[in-house]
Design a protein. Structure first.
Lengths: 174, 501
């Protein structure tokens, strides 16, 4: 039966006071290891450029390059400590809400009945930490579909099935 | 079902369509595809004229044969709820276009086809992996049948059977007059873009021309350098004026080619436009599949008091533009007709008209934030960078700040939000106006973002993601309003059982 009750705006379930679930506790560590690997690769490249007997001479301010590389590496190491605690997600009956951002903080809500498909993915490093990324695809080419990194892989898997079950349900094709 | 029996070829004139496609493909990869021809021209010994003749002849024959083969291997079959297409000369492709996935059936008819009563049908299937379906050169009747069948598929779910009114009884919503088409040509934004590019070139030419005249013996004899300068300037003016006139003419001719005898017809839940001088284009859009409606008004259109309307359908990212349904010109009164036709009663309380008083400004802190970010900070940075070399003259860059502030003020005045029960309208613009509207229940996801400054002032920027086009950004709303808007939109989406596409 069709109903059309009046809606009191203030009584709508808000997304402000949610119980945020944090990401996997080892996610910070995982990001830092990734940072170390990246820094090591850059350092190696710099070393090769500086000391290897190359057929051509590079006249670079190597000191500046090293300072930059180290600063970059350090920032990669420290950034997860700042950014990860701010990230979190909340699963409700009809949608998933994800918050992120340090300076520009954003909260994104994806209703399950608009989800086209769900994907979990994991890099080798992810698997080593037992983590996975959960990605929700909605229609439209507006890019940046919701992707949540650093979930425990079993949680991600469970969520994938849970959301898939709800996705696209409840829609009558007219 | 037995294979082969129901498979049809299209009219042999379908080869024409493929010939066009072959040339398009060649033009797109000009280097690779013309390499054999070039190699042949170089390798073949003999009279250069003969070479060229044989080369071009071989090229033409090869493309014609290729087009014919494409036609020969193209077969289609109409099934209960889909159309099956088999195509490909070497790489065979099977396409199964389900009617329920088809957004719209569009047709194109060039001069040859029009004489023969043939059309090329293309299917808009949103969300598919870029597979396009074409039926080249089929009879007009088949296209009509297809459209009727495709429309009937979802209809069968509804018990109520409405009598389809005969085509003649459908009154066009919009019919463009001769003057309207000239207005379209005059207001094409491309003309002005080109003018901006051509302006400096014209200046350059006039300078050189002036220099030449100055050098010439006649002027030297007269000893009047002034004449040279004046001639140069006059020449530049004539040149720029001429180019502008030419561009306008081209633009108007283009408008006639595309929109001659343009008609917009509302036929049940389908909007259909036809028009075109040589090639007649027929576009249709199913109103339930429209995700957002856009009304734009650039400077010229403002002078004419007209609008351009665009309906966006769900798209798979790339090539989304092609599936836009465009009404090139309409009056203010027709704006409401179009929006009512597409969004129906759900659109009550909303409008596409940028002059509407129901638009609410965003927070005035928008001004402060933008002036600081786009005006003061860059100006100060430039000042510091230029100070050592330019000295006090560098202070001139500070003029950027009031200029920028004026611009920001204008943008701020144009930003407006209109809250409707079932949807939202957002107005923006700088020189012109742009209004975009959509229904809440079609929203795909929604996000709230706060910069540090916005957190301090209790503000937020809302981004609404629709199934068509980029996210719509509503900047600098009061945080409570933004949160309420989000909660309400989520409520509408999650409680809606209607299909959004």
């Amino acid at each position: 039966m069709f109903e059309n009750a009046e809606i009191a705006l203030d009584e709508l379930p808000g997304t402000d006071r949610l119980e945020w679930r944090a990401l996997d506790s080892r996610y910070v560590r995982r990001l830092q290891i990734e940072a170390l690997i990246t820094t090591a690769v850059i350092a190696f490249a710099l070393l090769v450029l500086q000391f290897a007997p190359l057929p051509f001479q590079i006249r670079w301010p190597f000191v500046a390059a090293w300072v930059l590389a180290i600063a970059f590496g350090l920032s990669l190491l420290i950034w997860p400590l700042i950014s990860v605690p701010g990230k979190g997600y909340a699963i409700r009956d009809k949608d998933i809400v994800y918050r992120s951002g340090v300076l520009w903080q954003s909260v994104t809500a994806v209703p399950f009945n608009r989800v086209q498909h769900v994907e979990t993915s994991s890099t080798p490093l992810d698997r080593r930490f037992g983590e996975a990324a959960l990605q929700l695809f909605t229609a439209g080419g507006s890019g940046g579909d919701l992707k949540i990194h650093g979930m425990p892989s079993d949680v991600a898997e469970k969520l994938r099935e849970f959301i898939l079950e709800k996705a696209g349900a409840d829609i009558e094709h007219d | 079902m037995t294979d082969g029996a129901d498979w049809h070829r299209t009219s042999p004139f379908g080869a024409l369509f493929y010939l066009g496609k072959v040339y398009q493909a060649i033009a797109r990869n000009a280097v690779q595809s013309l390499a054999p021809l070039a190699a042949f021209l170089v390798a073949f010994k003999g009279d250069p004229m003969n070479r060229l003749l044989i080369g071009v002849g071989a090229f033409v024959i090869a493309t014609v044969v290729l087009a014919f083969l494409n036609y020969w291997f193209f077969r289609y079959r109409l099934a209960e709820n889909s159309i099956l297409i088999r195509q490909g000369v070497l790489k065979k492709r099977q396409l199964d276009i389900k009617f329920e996935r088809v957004q719209a059936v569009n047709t194109q008819q060039n001069l040859v086809y029009r004489l023969l009563g043939l059309v090329t049908v293309s299917f808009d299937t949103a969300g598919s992996s870029g597979q396009e379906g074409y039926l080249p050169a089929v009879r007009l009747q088949l296209a009509r049948d297809l459209r009727d069948r495709i429309r009937r598929v979802p209809k069968e779910a509804i018990v109520e059977q409405r009598q389809v009114p005969p085509a003649a009884a459908v009154k066009p919503l919009i019919r463009l007059t001769f003057g309207d088409i000239i207005r379209i040509g005059l207001s094409s934004s491309r003309v002005f873009l080109l003018l901006v590019l051509i302006g400096p070139i014209g200046e350059r030419v006039s300078q050189e021309f002036g220099d030449r005249i100055e050098e010439s013996a006649v002027i030297e004899a007269l000893g009047e350098v002034q004449v040279g300068l004046m001639a140069g300037t006059a020449f530049a003016l004539v040149l720029i004026f001429g180019v502008l006139l030419l561009l306008l003419c081209i633009s108007i001719i283009g408008a006639f080619l595309r929109y001659h005898r343009y008609e917009l017809v509302a036929d049940e839940d389908i909007l259909r436009s036809t028009g075109g001088l040589l090639t007649r284009h027929e576009h249709s859009v199913n109103r339930t599949k429209v995700q957002s409606l856009h009304a734009t008004q650039n400077v010229m259109l403002r002078v004419f008091g007209r609008f351009r309307v665009k309906a966006r359908q769900a798209s798979s990212g790339r090539g989304g533009r092609r599936s836009d349904f465009v009404v090139p010109l309409c009056t203010r009164e027709k704006l409401a007709d179009i929006s009512d036709e597409i969004f129906g009663t759900e659109f009550s309380g909303l409008t596409l008209d940028p002059q509407s008083l129901a638009f609410v400004h965003v927070s005035p802190y928008f001004l402060r934030s933008r002036i600081v970010l786009a005006g003061i900070l860059p100006a100060l940075a430039a000042l510091i960078a230029l100070w050592p070399t330019a000295g006090a003259a560098a202070l001139l860059v500070l003029l950027w700040i009031p200029l920028c502030a004026l611009g920001v003020w204008r943008v701020y005045r144009r930003y407006g939000v209109m809250y409707g029960e079932n949807g939202l309208a957002l107005r923006s613009g700088f020189t012109g106006y742009r209004v975009v509207t959509w229904l809440h229940r079609k929203v795909q996801r929604i996000s709230l973002t706060q910069s540090p400054f916005q957190r301090r002032k209790h503000l937020a920027t809302v981004r609404v993601y629709l199934a068509a086009g980029p996210a719509v950004k509503i900047p600098f709303l009061d945080y409570d309003t933004a949160a309420k808007l989000r909660d309400y939109v989520l409520y509408r989406v999650e409680s809606s059982r209607q299909a959004w596409h």
